[in-house]
Design a protein around this ligand. Sequence first.
Ligand SMILES: N[C@@H](CCC(=O)N[C@@H](CS)C(=O)NCC(=O)O)C(=O)O
Length: 203
Amino acid sequence: MSLDNAAMTVYGDSISGNCLKVKFVADRLGIPYDWVEVSVLAKETRTPEFLAMNPAGQVPVVRFADNEVLAQSNAIILHLAEGSDLIPADAFERAQMYQWLFWEQYSHETAIAVLRFQKHYLKKPDSEIDASLPVRCASVLTLMNNHLADRRYFLGEKLSLADVALVAYTRFAPQAGLDLAPYSHVRDWIGRVEQDLRLETMG
Ligand SMILES: N[C@@H](CCC(=O)N[C@@H](CS)C(=O)NCC(=O)O)C(=O)O
């Protein structure tokens, strides 16, 4: 389907990094959209109407002008950014971008986003939080910091979807109780990507 002149509707919760990825990419590429706020905390993703649209009961979901629906943040941003400078033209660089997108979903989001949600939104005391979570967060941040020691962006010199996907929750790390002070390359990179995407700085 074509995105030309498409009116698309993004169903998202503005506290969710996964949903914000969609906003960041659409804003960056000048793709018009309507945003419908769906509260995860109020369980609005579990209503029969929402489940009819996405049986997985999760945001983000995008409905395009032709009524087609797409879920999964990284699938959505890949579709929106098709043919743009956020996806490398070179096949191997593209594969490297996918490498980071898969890592983000499997290792990064499942640590930082989960810890943030439990601490910042559910207000769980540390005694009720799986002790392995902060440890996993530290190893994720260390890996990122090492990778960024000699690169401006995850793929080198150019912003790509890898940066958009990874910055979404990394910039919220302090809300997960994670101190970014020891990760100077990560902090510099967050500032760079926030500037590129014209985001209000979190630092
Ligand atoms: N892998 C999915 C994860 C989506 C996801 O976990 N969404 C959360 C908000 S960040 C949600 O809708 N949770 C509601 C629920 O599970 O009831 C993606 O990247 O879109």
